[in-house]
Design a protein around this ligand. Structure first.
Ligand SMILES: [Zn+2]
Length: 324
């Protein structure tokens, strides 16, 4: 009879956990879900150093830091290892690729927490912003009980713009195309599905030297806002622009072209010519609002641009019923 030998299981995700003596929120912060977006990793390493030297102390709840969620992609300097980790994000019963194994570990971790901040950046120049889940109102087909908490957290992260309605919009696109609705779902959607709430923090362009600082300040502000550290909670931004994303259009052909050069958040009015299809058909703006993430180089069959509307009812931060 041979003695059982411990089997060294490979883990894909390094998580650093800190628990405070008092009850409180359980916050998890992810960096480098996409491997070529280093700002979150840099910010998290700085927070880890401050925790190690005692400059920062968790007094309540739990903080879990994952500096590099997607190690393979991070080491390659690419967005993905085998596939996009932030799509089809759910436990995989028969994992086969790099992101399947990571997702299985991250899903278990997320389920231990109540709040997620997932830190990203863009390939294009952009001001920082936060992406929220569904609205809490009946206008959203998937109203979300913690929408107000997400808005409150967003108002403390140091960004001046928040966008919501992604999932409903992307699900409509998936239904039109007959493709998988699950594919639309990312880390924050999973966090909401397991009873918590979460935001995606977009810190600007990948190489923007200000992005790691923004990410660092956002984590510090979130720790104070959630009362995990003893610091005074920061004042929320009073003027944060909330935009509801309501439509996404695909580019159908390389001959589809924009009516002019668009930048994200350029103003649109009802009936404005946004683009022309290859057969000359004009794509008109169906309402007043803004264009979001226009991509003139989109491959046919992929997302070309999004449309969003300013929602005056939620333009200013709402006060949550729990006072947060
Ligand atoms: Zn990303």
């Amino acid at each position: 009879m041979t003695a059982d030998r411990p089997v060294a299981l490979r883990t894909f995700v390094d998580a650093h956990k800190f628990r405070g003596p008092l009850p409180g929120a359980r916050l998890i912060v992810l960096g480098a879900v996409h491997g070529n977006e280093p700002c979150g990793s840099i910010a998290i390493e700085r927070i880890l150093q401050e925790l190690a030297c005692g400059e920062l102390e968790i007094i309540a709840g739990q903080l879990t830091l994952v500096p590099v969620a997607n190690r393979l992609a991070y080491e390659r300097g690419t967005r993905n290892g085998d596939r996009d980790l932030n799509r089809n994000f759910a436990p995989i019963s028969t994992p086969s690729d790099n992101e399947d194994f990571i997702a299985n570990e991250l899903c278990l971790l997320l389920a231990e927490h109540t709040v997620l901040i997932d830190i990203h950046s863009f390939s294009w120049q952009s001001s920082p912003m936060v992406l929220l889940g569904p609205d809490s109102s009946a206008r959203d087909p998937h109203p979300f009980a913690f929408a107000c908490d997400e808005e409150s957290l967003a108002a403390h992260l140091g960004v001046s713009r928040a966008l919501y309605g992604w999932l409903a919009t992307n699900m409509q696109r998936a239904q039109r195309r007959g493709s998988s609705i699950q594919y639309c779902k990312g880390t924050t959607d999973y966090m909401r599905a397991v009873g918590g709430y979460g935001v995606t923090l977009e810190c600007g362009q990948h190489a923007d030297p200000l992005a790691p600082e923004l990410a660092y300040q956002a984590i510090r502000n979130a720790l104070a806002h959630l009362r995990l550290i003893a610091s005074e909670a920061p004042e929320p931004r009073q003027e944060i622009e909330f935009l509801r994303v309501y439509e996404v259009l695909d580019r159908n052909s390389t001959k589809d072209r924009f009516a002019r050069e668009w930048n994200s958040f350029d103003r649109l009015y009802l009936g404005d010519a946004v683009a022309y299809r290859s057969d000359g058909t004009v794509v008109l703006s169906p309402a007043d609002g803004v264009i979001v993430f226009p991509n003139e180089n989109a491959e046919p069959g992929t997302e070309w641009f999004y449309l969003a509307e300013r929602d005056p009812r939620v333009r200013k931060r709402r006060v949550c019923s729990n006072g947060k």
